[in-house]
Design a protein around this ligand. Structure first.
Ligand SMILES: [Cu+2]
Ligand SMILES: [Zn+2]
Length: 173
């Protein structure tokens, strides 16, 4: 034990200043806001090589709404352009139905039935919340819900219209 710690220290000198003191966070949450008011929440958790997502949103009219993880954890209203483009660690095209896709942040449309909270529960395969190519990096990440359905194909944003709801992801253990 003592031996391997000494080795690790020697190996890391100068190069490992960013190694965390404790285990990396395995979860993240977001408060979803619309026009400055909270309308729901989301929780992400690392599940092996995948990330599980659950989300709930109040007040949406019946319909389908494009939903993505965006690159920057900044929700400046009213257009939420501050969240940047879809998170795209693999440098691919947009769309879950695109042969050249998809972005790491592409999610299925959120389906709402008026009068009830809209909920989503699913997984994104082969993404990491943290680490070298992780979702939540120095400038964070956000979840965005759009005014229209995502067509699953049109690069770079699925033709899903304005950004109406935004939530900044915050890491948690
Ligand atoms: Cu989006
Ligand atoms: Zn996309």
């Amino acid at each position: 034990m003592r031996h391997s710690m000494t080795f690790a220290l020697a190996f890391c000198l100068g190069a490992c200043s960013s190694i965390p003191e404790s285990a990396p966070p395995t979860g993240a949450t977001a408060i979803l806001q619309r026009g400055g008011a909270p309308v729901g929440g989301a929780a992400l958790s690392q599940n092996g090589a995948d990330v599980a997502i659950t989300l709930t949103v109040d007040g949406l009219a019946s319909g389908e709404y494009g939903m993505h993880l965006h690159q920057i954890g900044k929700c400046d209203g009213p257009d939420y352009k501050s969240a940047g483009p879809h998170w795209n660690p693999g440098n691919r095209q947009h769309g879950l139905n695109n042969p050249q896709g998809a972005h790491g942040g592409d999610l299925p449309n959120l389906v709402a039935v008026g009068g009830r909270p809209a909920t989503y529960s699913g997984q994104i395969a082969s993404i990491m919340l943290t680490g070298p190519s992780g979702l939540i990096d120095g400038d964070g990440a956000a979840i965005i819900i759009h005014a229209k359905a995502d067509d699953g194909l049109t690069d770079p944003s699925g033709n899903s219209g304005d950004r109406i709801i935004c939530g900044m992801l915050t890491l948690e253990n």
